[in-house]
Design a protein around this ligand. Structure first.
Ligand SMILES: C[S@@+](CC[C@H](N)C(=O)[O-])C[C@H]1O[C@@H](n2cnc3c(N)ncnc32)[C@H](O)[C@@H]1O
Length: 128
């Protein structure tokens, strides 16, 4: 599945949108939650943001770590709860992460609300 992901879900205009958002809010630190194979994650890093890509799936992260530009990203295998407190100016969730989330690992409550626990800096922005 991870090996085929990029073929089935290539670049989309949503990536352009989030790059623009990150630039507009002058985000220094960005967390890409549910980064998958890191398509957007690496683009954010290339745009000059300091980026952490988090995903629970080791196969997706393996593809991400093989991507050109991967070395500019800090990759973390985990969940929203693994984001360090107050560590981001912007948290992105793209590609239906909230709908596809591993609910049983998020604890009680709706998935979207659980993802919403990802901490931000004061004044930080969360887009999903
Ligand atoms: C459809 S992919 C989207 C990947 C990427 N964001 C993109 O736009 O291509 C959904 C990703 O969400 C991840 N995911 C599932 N549950 C998660 C959770 N609780 N926290 C963070 N990521 C999760 C999956 O492992 C998968 O890589």
């Amino acid at each position: 599945m991870a090996a085929l992901y990029d073929q089935l879900n290539g670049w989309g205009p949503d990536y352009e949108h989030w790059l623009k958002v990150a630039g507009t809010v002058s985000a220094h630190d960005v967390v890409d939650l549910g980064c998958g194979t890191g398509q957007l994650t690496v683009l954010l890093a290339r745009a000059g943001h300091r980026v952490v890509g988090i995903d629970p799936d080791p196969g997706m992260l393996q593809v991400a770590r093989a991507r050109d530009g991967h070395e500019a990203v800090t990759w973390v295998q985990g969940y929203a709860a693994d984001i360090a407190t107050a560590s981001a100016d912007l948290v992105t969730m793209t590609g239906h992460v909230s709908q596809l989330s591993h609910r049983q690992r998020l604890g009680p409550g709706p998935t979207r609300a659980a993802a919403g626990t990802a901490p931000r800096r004061p004044g930080g922005v969360r887009h999903a």
